[in-house]
Design a protein around this ligand. Sequence first.
Ligand SMILES: *Cc1c(COP(=O)(O)O)cnc(C)c1O
Length: 348
Amino acid sequence: MTDLNQLLRKNIKNLIPYSSARNEYQGEASVFLDANENPFNEPFNRYPDPLQVQLKKVIARIKNVKPEMIFLGNGSDEAIDLIVRAFCEPGTDNIVAVDPTYGMYKVCADINNVEYRKVLLTPSFEPDVDALMQKTDHHTKIIFLCSPNNPTSNSFSAERIINILKAFDGIVVLDEAYIDFSSGKGFLPSLHEYHNLVILQTFSKAWGMAGIRLGMAFADPGIIAVLSKIKYPYNINILTLKTALESLKDTSGKEKWVSSIIQQRDVLEKELKSVPFVLHVFPSDANFLLIKVNRPRELYQFLVSKRIIIRDRSSVSLCEGCLRITIGTAAENRKLTEALKTYQETKL
Ligand SMILES: *Cc1c(COP(=O)(O)O)cnc(C)c1O
């Protein structure tokens, strides 16, 4: 990996971060007259911990990583944006990413006026390592990978990911938003081997907390220190901190949800494969299924008329005719398959 100080934008490397009252004083006290807070209306009157020490300790234990290797953001989306802003000089640097994939990487690149270079996945939805490397140049700071990938639903081969980590000198972001639904263990256990690796995970999917906006980035402490330096001081609010800490006390609920979703994924996959107009159901390592049909827009509109909303992905690269279906409860999935049967009948 290129030296972190050389990879960073110069202004970010030299930045002196905002120092909040809560940064200056850390410890136990009983009278807080330092932050111009209102003394009334506990507990909402107090600013949250800018470093989220308590929550990071709990996550560190669950994920088996050191707290200094964790960044917490307002969803993974905050981490994505901060990584782009930390490393990519607008108008000069560029990002290389697989295509198709999650849309936020390109949006963040566009917002920051950073060139975004797409490299098509292979026909089996794997990253093409040589083609990715060929797209990079001296100004490529980041490669974005997503495994299991959205919307293709497959995990990338670990060997290919490792080859990219070894071949590229810049930052490799590996988005593992769906890792809990996957049969693989992901790259957290390998984090120590790759100093250029940033792993993204989230509370939005397996943990069932998309509404509290909490995402995680795991990386070398040097990279985490940079993200912490440039984030909004109080990026995680006290309601989110409190809810997350409460939910993490007992992880058995989350594990039950995940196994139910995986089981329902198998049920729905079989059901969909028996539907005559479904041409293909792609193997999924995530909490959604990608299917291929002849007239995706028509089927999408039909389901909307039945008040069932899925995602039309048919205009996405390599996804011609494809629709993306999130796995719901058994009852919700049944409503979907019953609606598909009536659609079939209207076609006869
Ligand atoms: C859903 C999803 C996320 C989650 O983003 P949050 O901002 O944490 O809600 C991240 N990456 C991918 C690929 C996703 O599909």
